[in-house]
Write a protein that binds this ligand. Sequence first.
Ligand SMILES: [Fe+2]
Length: 250
Amino acid sequence: MGFFNRIFSKKEEIIDPIDISFLKNDIHSHLIPGIDDGSPDMETTIILLKKFIDLGYKKVITTPHVMSDYYKNNPEIILSGLNNVRKEIKKQNLNIEIEAAAEYNLEPEFEKLLDDGKLLSFGAEKYLLFELSFFDEPLRLNETIWKMIEKGFRPVLAHVERYGYWHNNYDKIEEMINRGVKLQLNIGSVTGAYGPEVKKFAERLIKDEIIDFVGSDCHHLHHLEMINHAIRLPIFHSLVKQSQILNKSL
Ligand SMILES: [Fe+2]
């Protein structure tokens, strides 16, 4: 076997699965039927919730996209969808709680929502999940972060490891922390599901113990199957045991 073949066929270390009840709660998913690119219908939502239960979760805080071009969701739409999911959970007697917040795209319309105060946050600390463009750092990033804090929210940056334009600019991550932003990491990133660069960056963030929240970002069953893989990886074990992780505090 040649040198490169040996490198690329190098086996990943797999260990006994860790119990996900270390985390207890998931804080990032797309489970309200038919309102974003997540679950398309109630049947799928129930299948996903059963999988969350099998994995050991006690509560999911689901976070539909709010994005002016594609997903014009608002608290009324999200909470009415939540109500329907809760009715179905009760009907089927499932042992899991569900709450709803949102995943806000950082764009000018988001600033207007902040001005109007029509936002869904989670937890007593009023954590507000927001995401950035995957292509370029958005204009007015710092101003919008400042506005979230001024309005009494604790900003939480969704899947911090997935913004390629920061992979060679670690200072940006430190700047986010200094500006009061909490960092959320997608579980799938440690499995390589979003590519090797994202995996490598996720590992660095984990080793530096600067991740505050861990999320499934579950849109479909595949994302929960990734968790089955992640719970067998040493890097994921070290992540969920870190004392600064806030999932279990909700
Ligand atoms: Fe998401």
